[in-house]
Design a binder for this molecule. Structure first.
Ligand SMILES: [Cu+2]
Length: 720
């Protein structure tokens, strides 16, 4: 399947057209080419091609399939949307290596290896790249080291590179840049690592910065009064705007007629889930849709989640669409957020197109919860409450939690996530993929860790949403979490293309949702599909290389292209191992990545062992002390093993380990608390393997939340 580079012929074929510099008018959906990541400037991911139809899609076969030899390994995801221009396909892998392929044959024209530092430690969410931009005979790519790079589109030669933000300070780039009329626009990732969001515009010729817009405003600028004052006596609050988060995980859309550029933003900082108690206020422009004039000045914003305490980033690309409401053609913008709702606005002014109501939500003064949240009238694309799990307490969306681990949905992964939705002007439907993926939460700012919900089941949805009503037209329950992954591609042939984590690219009838065709690519098909036409033939292409974070699908390095008159010699691949659909101890990588410490004492806190992994020599007495407010024990993970019994605050117990080996244990009431003692050295002969000196109080079982639910201590634990 790996093809040889017939360099001379292919090179001559592409060289002439690639130097054509004029940019097509991308206000309308693409046809023969796929010239920008979202298909057009509106990010519709809809193609006017209709050679492949609902009637003939069953005959679709592989035209070519190509290994790239890049991005292979557990840390990588293959999430890019290919660009096709002048017969050339441009693509970037999870290592930010860029490839140019002949889009008709798959033959490689050139490659550019990024050479990025393999020790970049601030990558939040896997090594990935969502694609490149092409313009002025250049290919533009953002890198995980925070650099934007321009390459020669004909040769792949490096032309310029500009640092947007240093990875050492938490700035990485994962989204595809946008090229529009002489400028290159890029967002920045890293809100989970303390980075402050911004949109940057660069001169496409030189790489010099034209302007940048901070998504967390400077003191005195619009929105700055939604953060703590810069002279707040609490030093953390005083400086919180300098971190702020509100990163831009996706490629903006442009409306040339209005002269506006649009994007949506992620959660507020300063780190992780964001310490809500440190940042009273709405925290603009986090978890918002933002419109700027093309000179980088503010036009309008709409915040989708106020004072976000739940990591409700809005990372899916905004989509511009025009549709009649009440007999009047309106200019719309839509974005599906991790919350599960599509927010539809008038893109001239940011006002709701379909009703969005500020609705009171549950309050907890300790997290400084927002009094209300904007809730669209219509349907969510997946459930917003978790299924019951054991004795876990549960809450629905916008539930306020503090120090009790609570199962909630959506989790921090969403709902929908970065996957792009498409808009089909023929049906008027948005096509959205989402995860059904609960998570446990503890209040942001409570100082507690959020334990994983061992035993929780994961799945997803594929939904057609009517843009006029914001209601579900049809919906499929899907086997895997697909909030991250392929999303959807719509075509004038009445089709919807989508890749699954199990390796299948699928085609659906866009009107009815009937599954019409699928093809096994051999690795997680978790990248967005595109379509284009060469020499009168329509192609559909997708990268298949897996997704390391949400779907945990099988890794690979292939690009596949399909057409009706395909090559019968190119066979479907064997199915890769199916992705997990439940969070288990095995699928929980926490233990494996924890550093092993040399100590003989372990503290139990709510809800973790500290340290989580220790190493001792045989014969050592290991002391467990409960430093938490809840009762905890440590019991051998093997049935019939040892148990130190339940300890209350400040009580201790011990276990003497006489035999070398790895001893994994967990807390019976809180089975998501796990730890390990690694015992080395010669066995103490004649002694039992373990000797326990502990309490006689045994736990009743999982999630027996003795002492939980008691009223908060209003005197002592208030953080603000
Ligand atoms: Cu416990």
């Amino acid at each position: 399947m790996r093809r040889i580079w017939h360099h001379v012929a292919a090179f001559a074929f592409v060289m002439m057209p690639a130097v054509a510099l004029a940019q097509a008018d991308l206000r309308n959906p693409p046809g023969k080419e796929w010239p920008t990541i979202g298909g057009d400037w509106h990010n519709t991911r809809f193609s006017t091609l209709k050679q492949i139809t609902t009637a003939n899609v069953k005959n679709l076969k592989a035209a070519w399939a190509m290994h790239l030899g890049s991005g292979l390994g557990r840390k990588y995801s293959l999430e890019g949307t290919p660009i096709v221009q002048n017969g050339v396909m441009y693509f970037a892998t999870g290592n930010d290596d860029v490839f140019a392929l002949d889009a008709k044959t798959g033959e490689r024209l050139w490659e550019h290896y990024s050479g990025i530092d393999q020790d970049i430690s601030t990558v939040c969410c896997g090594w990935d790249n969502r694609g490149v931009a092409v313009g002025e005979g250049k290919v533009f790519v953002g890198q995980l080291d925070g650099t934007l790079v321009a390459l020669d589109a004909v040769t792949g030669k490096l032309l310029w590179q500009t640092v947007i933000g240093r990875w050492q300070e938490g700035y990485t780039i994962t989204s595809a840049p946008l090229y529009y009329k002489g400028a290159v626009y890029t967002g920045i990732s890293g809100g989970d690592r303390g980075a402050r969001g911004k949109l940057t515009a660069l001169d496409a010729k030189t790489g010099n910065e034209l302007w940048h817009f901070w998504t967390v405003p400077e003191p005195g600028d619009i929105g700055s009064d939604t953060w703590p004052a810069p002279d707040d006596p609490n030093p953390i609050r005083a400086n919180v705007y300098k971190k702020g988060g509100a990163n831009i995980w996706q490629t903006p859309a442009v409306d040339p007629d209005l002269g506006l550029i649009y994007f949506s933003t992620g959660q507020p900082g300063p780190e992780g889930l964001g310490i809500g108690a440190n940042r009273p206020g709405d925290n603009l422009f986090s978890s918002s849709i933002v419109a700027l004039h093309l000179d980088g000045t503010y036009a309008w914003h709409f915040q989708q989640v106020h004072h976000d305490l739940w990591d409700f980033d809005c990372p899916s690309p905004v989509v511009l669409f025009d549709r009649a409401y009440g007999g009047k053609l309106r200019k719309g913008i839509a974005e599906v957020c991790k919350t599960g709702w599509i927010y539809m606005l008038d893109r001239t002014n940011g006002q709701p197109l379909t009703s969005i109501n500020e609705t009171p939500v549950e309050q907890d003064y300790r997290a400084i919860t927002s009094i209300s949240q904007p809730i669209p009238v219509g349907d969510a694309v997946m459930p917003q409450c978790p299924e019951p799990l054991g004795s876990w307490p549960t809450k629905c969306i916008f539930g306020a939690v503090w120090d009790i681990p609570t199962l909630m949905m959506p989790g921090g992964n969403g709902g929908p996530n970065w996957s792009p939705m498409s808009y089909d002007p023929q049906t008027g439907y948005f096509y959205v993929t989402a995860a059904i993926r609960p998570a446990s939460r503890i209040g942001a700012g409570s100082g507690k860790n959020s334990p994983p919900p061992i035993g929780a089941e994961y799945s997803g949805t594929l939904t057609a949403m009517d843009s006029r009503t914001n209601r579900i037209v049809w919906q499929h329950k899907m086997p895997y979490s697909i909030g991250q992954g392929s999303g959807s591609l719509s075509t004038a042939g009445g089709l919807l293309f989508h890749g699954e984590p199990d390796g299948n690219i699928q085609a659906y009838d866009a009107k009815t949702g009937d599954l019409l065709w699928h093809w096994q690519t051999g690795a997680g098909a978790d990248a967005p599909a595109i379509t284009y036409e060469i020499d009168g033939e329509q192609y559909v292409a997708i990268a298949a290389g897996g997704q390391a974070i949400q779907t945990q699908s099988s890794n690979g390095d292939m690009i596949w292209a399909f057409k009706l008159n395909g090559d019968p010699k190119i066979a479907q691949q064997p199915a890769p191992p199916p992705p997990p659909t439940e969070l288990s101890f095995e699928a929980n990588t926490r233990l494996r990545v924890m550093r092993v410490r040399e100590t003989d004492s372990i503290k139990m806190i709510d809800y973790e062992y500290e340290p989580t992994r220790i190493q001792v020599t045989a014969g050592t007495k290991v002391t467990f002390t409960n430093a938490g407010q809840q009762p905890h024990n440590a019991a051998s993970a093997d049935a019939g093993g040892w148990d130190i019994g339940l300890l209350n605050n400040s009580q201790s117990a011990s276990v003497t380990f006489n035999k070398p080996g790895n001893y994994v244990f967990s807390c019976t009431p809180h089975p998501f608390m796990i730890g390990e003692v690694v015992v080395t050295g010669p066995e103490i002969s004649g002694a039992p393997a373990v000797v326990v000196e502990g309490s006689r109080v045994k736990a009743d079982g999982p999630m027996n939340m003795t002492g939980h639910g008691s009223p908060p201590d209003a005197s002592g634990r208030q953080l603000h």
